[in-house]
Design a protein around this ligand. Structure first.
Ligand SMILES: Nc1ncnc2c1ncn2[C@@H]1O[C@H](COP(=O)(O)OP(=O)(O)O)[C@@H](O)[C@H]1O
Ligand SMILES: [Mg+2]
Length: 335
């Protein structure tokens, strides 16, 4: 039975392709029961390797069922067919993922980035509090809802921390994620503290948000690692960034794991504190959603439309030179 038929029998009308990953494809669908559009991640178990089926897929399913947070994608149901296909039905990221957004629109102004990054950091704080680590934080795994709120997804490399008898975290030896977002300890194959790894990736995400380009060139891992270990972060001269924003990025991209910020420190960093503009806008517009949407409208003009053809035109017209490089790099990020 094909996917459309399987979904129809479960009460979904299959729509367009939303994305493709290593062992999964993602489609949109309309849910008769929920009366709204959803996303369906379809994994063909017959085409996936054993390691993925025995370790990563069960963890992804377990974590999706466990987490409940406004900045994490909501899971509606998960089912499997007798011919070995798993269907994960989730909330739809109507505005696509953050990488597409930045490719289309360029770097995000600090005020907007602060709002989005705050949502992301609070999702990570929630996970870390539950001893859950994500280990694949990157712009493609950050979706945007219709009001441009961040929704974290893809728990394919996530896991619950293992602790020894004294409650100490057992270091991870699974070197996963994407090279461009990977911490130096991970790139070097050193057993690592997974929460500390997540923070490095957050540093890369924030850099991309505000600069519109990658902090390191991952086409040469050796060179990239050297820069990382020397704690050199090169901010593009063409971008005017506040010193506070640079400071936060610099402290997350700290090669010394003992000195890298933890998520609580990220949340209280001075750049994360709402400047006057936020409280003013929130009072006048009544809430964080309208804040985000209005700021984005004011900043970027026209809201990005849901029509794929319309988006494609925008990509053609507005693609930024930096962004071509960024997307090329993202394609070879699997490690
Ligand atoms: N709920 C969703 N709404 C909109 N787009 C989605 C959704 N889930 C996934 N996508 C798109 O599909 C891509 C792949 O999905 P993901 O869950 O990250 O799969 P993989 O584990 O293969 O990386 C994402 O980068 C995103 O562009
Ligand atoms: Mg993904």
């Amino acid at each position: 039975m094909d996917d459309a038929e399987v979904l129809k029998r479960r009460g979904y009308i299959m729509g367009i392709n939303l994305g493709e990953g290593s062992y999964a494809k993602v489609k949109s669908a309309y849910s008769d029961r929920l009366k709204c559009n959803v996303a369906v991640k379809i994994i063909d178990k017959t085409k996936a390797p054993r390691d993925f089926l025995e370790r990563f897929l069960p963890r992804e399913i377990e974590m999706l069922a466990r987490v409940k947070h406004h900045a994490i994608i909501k899971t509606y149901e998960i089912f499997e067919t007798s011919d070995g296909k798993v269907y994960i039905v989730t909330e739809l990221g109507v505005q696509g993922d953050l990488l597409e957004f930045i490719k289309r629109r360029g770097a995000i102004p600090e005020d907007v980035a602060r709002r989005m990054f705050h949502q992301l950091a609070s999702a990570i704080s929630y996970c870390h509090e539950l001893d859950i680590v994500h280990r694949d934080l990157k712009c493609e795994n950050l979706l945007l809802d219709k009001e441009f709120n961040i929704k974290l997804t893809d728990f394919g490399f996530s896991k619950r921390l293992s602790r020894d008898d004294d409650g100490r975290v057992i270091l991870s030896k699974t070197f996963c994620g994407s090279a461009a977002y990977a911490a130096p300890e991970v790139l070097q194959g050193i057993p690592y503290q997974p929460k500390v790894y997540d923070i490095w990736s957050l540093g890369v995400v924030l850099f991309i948000m505000v600069c519109g380009s990658m902090p390191y060139d991952d086409s040469n891992i050796k060179k990239m690692l050297k820069l990382q270990k020397e704690h050199r972060v090169h901010f593009p001269r063409s971008k005017v960034l506040s010193p506070e924003c640079k400071d936060l990025i610099y402290r997350m991209l700290q090669p010394d794991v003992a000195r890298r910020l933890c998520i609580d420190e990220v949340l209280v960093h001075v750049w994360m504190q709402d400047p006057k503009a936020i409280s003013d806008t929130m009072i006048s517009k009544g809430g964080e959603c309208s804040y985000n949407q209005n700021l984005i409208r004011a900043t970027f003009g026209k809201e990005s439309g849901p029509e794929p053809s319309e988006n494609e035109e925008v990509i053609q017209e507005e693609r930024h030179a930096d962004m071509d490089k960024l997307s090329d790099q993202m394609q070879r990020t699997a490690i």
